[in-house]
Write a protein that binds this ligand. Structure first.
Ligand SMILES: [Zn+2]
Ligand SMILES: [Zn+2]
Length: 283
């Protein structure tokens, strides 16, 4: 089992500890590689995204840690970049020019207007109460419409490019599965979900197996039942904890690797000395 994590947060965004605290935890638990992926700056300020002004300090701090711990841990600088719309997403020049080791593309917000401000965002990654309120207000309470919109945004993000890894690719189900009329088996869910995977495969992107909710809620992103499909499609995966607290760096990793091996994955895609490689999952 690889002891690596490429999706993590720290005090530069909504993580609850300094980058160095996460590094210390990773080292003390025998990790080989650790990547920071703060929530990217947005055109508006939120409590959980990085501010653009902090970018130089973020890059400098991770570089300092790279040097300080160079003989004990491979440390990588990345971002989890939001796709909002055609004008603000991972493919824009601002993100492409940043000196990052890799980029995760994620959907947290669906804008309901061209004017990009927090009031015009439907957040799909917050509380169920807020999700349900947005569903009722902007999608006529029809979960099919919200699911369609989510996968449409995800596919536009993949088409636009500027990313290496698709983050928590089906997070829409976290709150969505509790809504009236939701069904994983319905065509309106299966078709866009599978079309998204087809596009990921076509573009040669990686998909993370996100364990943030695995121990707590037995939820994996992508959903456990679909990992076999990723295997069939030869989509490369790695296991990420998406941790916001140092003691959750390793949360769910063992269980996720067990699942991957049961399904037939013999390798995960890993960053080794700066190059993505397929590394055996081992015994
Ligand atoms: Zn995320
Ligand atoms: Zn994250």
């Amino acid at each position: 089992m690889q002891l690596s994590n490429y999706h993590s947060h720290c005090t530069f965004c909504d993580g609850r500890s300094t980058p160095e605290d996460f590094v210390k935890f990773a080292i003390s638990h025998g990790f080989r590689a650790y990547g920071f992926s703060s929530h990217s700056p947005l055109p508006f300020e939120t409590f959980w995204n990085m501010s653009k002004d902090d970018m130089p300090e973020y890059l400098a701090e991770i570089n300092r840690l790279k040097t300080k711990y160079s003989n004990r841990l491979e440390i990588y600088t990345a971002l989890e970049i939001d796709y909002l719309d055609e004008t603000y997403n991972p493919s824009i020049a601002y993100f492409r020019k940043l000196p990052l080791d890799y980029r995760i593309g994620s959907i947290h917000f669906l804008p309901i207007s061209e004017h990009l401000c927090e009031e015009n965002m439907v957040c799909i990654d917050g509380s169920f109460t807020d999700y349900k309120a947005s569903l009722d207000h902007y999608f006529e309470g029809d979960i099919r419409k919200l699911v369609a919109r989510y996968f449409d945004s995800t596919m536009k993000m993949i088409q636009a490019g500027g990313i290496d890894i698709v983050g928590h690719m089906d997070k829409i189900y976290m709150n969505g599965h509790k809504c009236e009329g939701f069904s994983f088996d319905a065509d309106w869910y299966q078709e866009p979900f599978r079309a998204t995977l087809d596009l990921i495969a076509e573009k040669g992107l990686m998909v993370e197996v996100n364990t943030k909710n695995l121990v707590k809620k037995q939820q994996l992103f992508p959903r456990k039942e679909y990992l076999g499909l990723l295997k069939e499609m030869n989509i490369p995966v790695m296991v990420n904890s998406d941790c916001h607290y140092p003691d959750l760096v390793n949360d769910g990793r063992e269980e996720a690797f067990k699942l991957l091996k049961e399904i037939g994955f013999t390798t995960t895609r890993e960053l080794v000395k700066g190059t993505w490689q397929d590394i055996p999952t081992g015994e």
